[in-house]
Design a protein around this ligand. Structure first.
Ligand SMILES: [Zn+2]
Length: 430
């Protein structure tokens, strides 16, 4: 089973700075960033030395933190895995390998070894070992259980590393310097987000007037008819991520402020796309924050237990943000069929989606204007945001999108992708 893709963080560009502050604040407020508290004494990189880390706020990208020089290496493709194994691996003699695993080194490698010498295993924890007196077979000593894992081919190695990895948040990962490939221990500049402490605040509830009351009832009936569950929440996303959702965390969505913004967003989307939301839940929050796509639930790892696939929408609810989130669900589940989603209705679009929406350069949020092919800077963050931003723009900034697409071939391809493949030719006037 894949351990990745727990939760995709969503946000709109204008509020990105504020959003990051809120997230950092939520982390600290919830006491999750224990390391943040201890970081003055023990840097994160020291504590995570030798471990494999998976970027759970992105696409589960795997990083290896070198056990001694505490820089991180990206395990992007099998080729990267091979390079890291060769360059950062530690040669081990057959004699020491026998002491460590208790198995004659001439026997064919097993997938996992229980180490016989705890002292030696502790000394080698987090190391990649290369059997230099044989054919350079590689083993990884997992610091968590001190067992030896045979890495096999580069592709196998990548899979093993991803299985053994543990999730890390971008804020924490950013504190571990990136190693420049092909060097040992030389660090590249890296960004560290400042510690921030803005807690989420509660929006005061406004009583809906008679007419909006009817609209809300209509919307809940509409959702029900489409197999979409709408649930009110009054806990933070971090709470759900780590503690899971319990009945007392859920409430009647009728009381959630701005609920009709959700309706206004969803009503714009044609039925064939809405169908991707069937069986999913829209969690609408009383708390300030941003949007998140919940791509799954992993109760065995205590992540998002009791939560259904769908999105968490935090205040202030805005129809553009709602559609942006729906764009993520359409992309991950509808097109890419993530976690064998039953609503993988647009699987045939995956190759074209990849071709048109891949972002091949590093994200620079400080850009003052979007590059050619992008309507805004935030959509250059990664391919998922690229998709979701332009999806929302197709609906809510259609006029601007069309005008700019006339002078920009890439934008024209994006516009046509939505128009012809997803919206059945339907165009918007806004
Ligand atoms: Zn997003």
């Amino acid at each position: 089973m894949l351990l990745t893709y727990y939760l995709m963080k969503i946000s709109m560009p204008r509020t990105i700075k504020m959003i990051r502050m809120t997230i950092a604040g939520v982390l600290i407020g919830a006491g999750i960033a224990i390391h943040a508290h201890a970081s003055a004494v023990v840097p994160i990189a020291n504590r995570l030395a030798g471990k494999i880390l998976l970027q759970v706020e992105r696409n589960g990208e795997a990083w290896y933190v070198h056990p001694t020089h505490h820089t991180r290496y990206y395990f992007g493709r099998p080729r990267d895995a091979l390079t890291i194994m060769r360059q950062q691996g530690l040669g081990i003699s057959n004699r020491d390998l026998f002491r460590l695993f208790g198995i004659p080194p001439s026997s064919p490698p097993a997938p996992v070894y229980i180490t016989k010498s705890v002292v030696l295993a502790q000394r080698l924890a987090g190391r990649i070992l290369l059997q230099v007196e044989a054919h350079g077979e590689a083993y990884y000593i997992n610091p968590k259980d001190l067992r030896g894992y045979y890495l096999g081919s580069p592709a196998d190695a990548l899979r093993v590393m991803q299985t053994l990895g543990e999730g890390i948040r971008d804020n924490d990962l950013a504190q571990i310097p990136v190693a420049i490939p092909g060097t040992s221990g030389f660090t590249a500049p890296h960004s560290v987000l400042p510690p921030l402490t803005t807690p989420p605040s509660i929006i005061s509830v406004t009583t809906p007037s008679g007419s909006s009351d009817i609209k809300i009832t209509d919307f809940l009936l509409w959702s029900n008819a489409h197999g979409i569950e709408i649930v009110g929440i009054h806990k933070t996303t971090d709470h759900f991520y780590y503690q899971g959702g319990k009945p007392e965390d859920f409430s009647d969505p009728k009381d959630v402020p701005n609920l009709l913004e959700v309706a206004d967003g969803l009503y714009q989307i044609p039925e064939n796309i809405i169908a991707v939301l069937k069986g999913k839940t829209l969690y609408v929050s009383h708390l300030n924050g941003r949007g998140y796509a919940v791509l799954g639930s992993w109760p065995e790892q205590n992540i998002l237990a009791g939560m259904n696939r769908g999105v968490i929408l935090e205040q202030q609810l805005k129809k553009e943000n709602v559609v942006h989130e729906i764009g993520h669900i359409l992309d991950y589940h509808g097109i890419r069929g993530m976690y064998e989603d039953p609503q993988n209705l647009f699987a045939n679009l995956e190759p074209l989606r990849k071709e048109i929406f891949s972002v091949s350069f590093p994200y620079d949020p400080a850009l003052v204007a979007p590059p050619v092919g992008y309507l805004n800077v935030y959509s250059t963050a990664n391919d998922a945001e690229n998709f979701a931003e332009h999806f929302a723009s197709y609906v809510f900034r259609a006029q601007d999108f069309r005008v700019r697409a006339k002078r920009d071939e890439i934008l024209q391809r994006k516009y046509d992708f939505f128009k012809n493949n997803l919206f059945g030719g339907r165009e918007y006037a806004l």
